[in-house]
Design a protein around this ligand. Structure first.
Ligand code: GLV
Length: 311
């Protein structure tokens, strides 16, 4: 019996090795290298996938589990033909730690004016700027799931003033948490930096739009480590152009790879990174996936289970 592997082109070979080592008795089939899918389909028991083609997973009659290669679930949620087997998210502490460090880096960059000093160096200009204490520098984290919580806690532990907002009530030590659309304006009105950690779903599409951006203090910075579709790109670009926002650091985009024609590439106030704030590496994540496959094999419950939205 075998495992279907599709990491959407990212490091399939490394994953292949890691899964083959973890399960020497199972064949691992890389999705886009399968020669005769109709013949192989009945062997597949586990699908280890990321951004897998819609409708494909119903082709495996002996499928026992779908193991996602990432924390986000919007791809699988968009598939109306998912077989009734456990769907398991990947919440890898190493990935979450990396995302927290990514955000901390850019928040520090903004707070300490490192971007200004980079420009000053090009001009051989020696000039020190006064800045506020970190405790007076406000960061609002939108979305307090596993990633948002870690991001918020990491910033707070480093002395920043952190506010959290989530669709549902949440509690975090030393962090003022707000919830529901009624409290959104209060959550963002002081934000020197707004960090997007929201999941992408029907209610978060273009959540960061001109209405929300206008509620931020003038000169705020936006960091997006979640999904590009949560941002209204036109609204963001015009807010940068008219100085409502000072900067945007964007790790995710509506279309990835980011098309070369995108204005983001050349925009002087935008930093583009290629969806690497929390890259999933087989070296840490394969153990979590292998443990969950073993749980299913032993009749135990894998975790964390994902509940697809009801249509
Ligand atoms: C990556 O974007 C993930 O969802 O883990």
């Amino acid at each position: 019996m075998s495992i279907l592997l599709n990491n959407n082109g990212y490091d399939n070979q490394t994953w292949y090795q890691a899964l083959t080592t973890a399960f020497p008795d199972k064949a691992v089939h890389i999705y886009d290298q399968i020669v005769n899918l109709d013949e192989t389909a009945h062997e597949i028991e586990y699908a280890v996938v990321w951004n897998h083609p819609n409708g494909d997973l119903q082709r495996y009659p002996n499928l026992k589990g779908i193991l996602l290669l990432g924390a986000g679930t919007e791809h699988i949620d968009a598939d109306d033909n998912i077989p009734h087997v456990p769907i398991v998210r990947l919440i890898d502490p190493e990935v979450i730690k990396d995302m927290g460090l990514y955000v901390l880096y850019w928040v520090m960059d903004q707070h300490r004016l490192y971007d200004t000093y980079r420009v000053q160096q090009q001009q051989a200009k020696w000039h020190r700027h006064n800045i506020c204490q970190p405790s007076a520098f406000n960061v609002t984290v939108l979305g307090l799931g596993a990633v948002g919580k870690a991001v918020a806690n990491g910033l707070s532990m480093n002395g920043f003033s952190v506010t959290g907002w989530d669709a549902y009530p949440q509690q975090l030590n030393n962090i003022a948490c707000f919830h529901s659309t009624d409290q959104l304006a209060t959550a963002v009105e002081q934000a020197d930096v707004l960090v997007n950690c929201l999941p992408l779903n029907a209610s978060t599409q273009h959540f960061i739009n001109s209405d929300l951006i206008e509620q931020l203090p003038v000169g705020a910075m936006l960091i997006n480590i979640s999904r590009g579709d949560i941002i209204d790109d036109d609204a963001l670009l015009s807010a940068l152009d008219n100085n409502q926002l000072s900067r945007a650091v964007l790790d995710t985009f509506s279309i990835e790879p980011l098309p070369s024609a995108s204005r983001y590439w050349q925009h002087p106030k935008v930093t583009v990174t290629p969806h690497m704030s929390g890259a999933t590496y087989a070296r840490s994540a394969v153990r979590l996936i292998a443990d969950n496959i073993r749980r299913i094999e032993n009749g135990e419950q894998p975790f964390p289970l994902h509940q697809p939205p009801t249509p």
